[in-house]
Design a protein around this ligand. Structure first.
Ligand SMILES: Nc1nc2c(ncn2[C@@H]2O[C@H](COP(=O)(O)OP(=O)(O)O)[C@@H](O)[C@H]2O)c(=O)[nH]1
Ligand SMILES: [Mg+2]
Length: 203
């Protein structure tokens, strides 16, 4: 649940970009970082990497958004490492999550990885005593520019086959297509949830 700080009039919302390795999560954050109009409203993109050049831990990007009811809303965007061995890190990053953007890789040969990562997300949420219906999420079908991709309908069948379907967006994160569409939607879902249910107060 979002954190609301009455003293500073701030609402803090945590959004995690989840998905298989190399699907485009970091690229999403990089695009958001470089395309947020007002430089004052955007924090610094921090990547925690190991000695190898791949980002293994997570990226963090704070973005200040519109004020609602006199509150300044701060979105904290995180990515998780996709590689199987980093599940502990994924669980840590998921702690206190408010909303999720699941970034799937549209390439045919990544479908098993997409499904596995989605299952892993559900398992990790359960470990944290969270459930999908309670955590708003949207799906991003990334890399639509590549030739060997699965049809949207097939990806919907694999990843969006629950009773209540969630919003999904085709994307080319490297060209910033579909990036803000997905972010705006999860933002809207979270703000609606906050307005309807209220948020946890810290002070
Ligand atoms: N062709 C194509 N490449 C992409 C797209 N999005 C990301 N990439 C590339 O895919 C690779 C992995 O992306 P990255 O954001 O690091 O994935 P992550 O492991 O999920 O964080 C990088 O080389 C990106 O430039 C896309 O929409 N189309
Ligand atoms: Mg990454």
């Amino acid at each position: 649940m979002a954190i609301i700080n009455q003293a500073t009039k701030e609402l803090q919302v945590k959004v995690v970009y989840y998905g298989p390795g190399k699907g485009g999560k970091t690229t999403n954050l990089e695009q958001v970082h470089s395309n947020v109009q007002n430089v004052r409203e955007r924090g610094k993109l921090v990547s925690l990497a190991t000695s190898s050049d791949r980002t293994l831990f997570f990226d963090f990007l704070p973005v200040e958004a519109m004020a609602i009811k006199g509150f300044k809303t701060k979105f904290q965007l995180y990515t998780v490492p996709g590689q199987v061995i980093y599940n502990t890190t994924r669980q840590l990053v998921l702690r206190g999550v408010d909303g999720i953007v699941f970034v799937a890789d549209s390439q045919y040969d990544k479908m098993a990885e997409n499904v596995e990562s989605f299952q892993n997300l559900e398992d990790n949420l359960k470990t944290l005593r969270l459930n999908f219906p309670d955590i708003p999420y949207v799906l991003q079908y990334n890399k639509r520019d590549l030739p060997n991709i699965a049809p949207i309908e097939y990806m919907e069948f694999l990843l969006n086959n629950r009773e209540v379907q969630v919003p999904s967006f085709p994307s080319v994160a490297s060209k910033c297509e579909g990036v803000f569409e997905a972010l705006n939607m999860i933002t809207r879902l979270l703000l609606n949830k906050f307005i309807n249910e209220g948020a946890r107060k810290t002070s």
